[in-house]
Ligand binder design. Sequence first.
Ligand SMILES: [Zn+2]
Length: 87
Amino acid sequence: MEKERICCVCRLKAPASERIRIAREKKPDGGYKYFVDRVGNANGRGCYLCSSCIDTAIKKKAINRSFKAQVCQEIYDELINIQKSLQ
Ligand SMILES: [Zn+2]
C-alpha cells in the first residue's frame, strides 16, 4: 500500500503521489539545499503539500515553518509555476 503523507498546511493525509514534495539535502559545506522534488523520492527530509494548499503555503511561507529555516525564494517561485501549470 502507498504511504500516506500529511500536508504541511492543512494537515490532511493523502497518498504521496498526490503531494508536491519539497526536499532538503545536506550540502558538503554543512548547509542545506532546498528543492522541489518532482520525482518524490529524493533523500533527506521532506515536507509535503497538496495542490490546493500551494497558495496558502506561498502566502504564509509554510515551507520555512516546516523546515524551521529560511527557504530560498526560488522554492516559492517554483511553487507559483507549479500552481499555474495546474490551473
Ligand atoms: Zn493541504
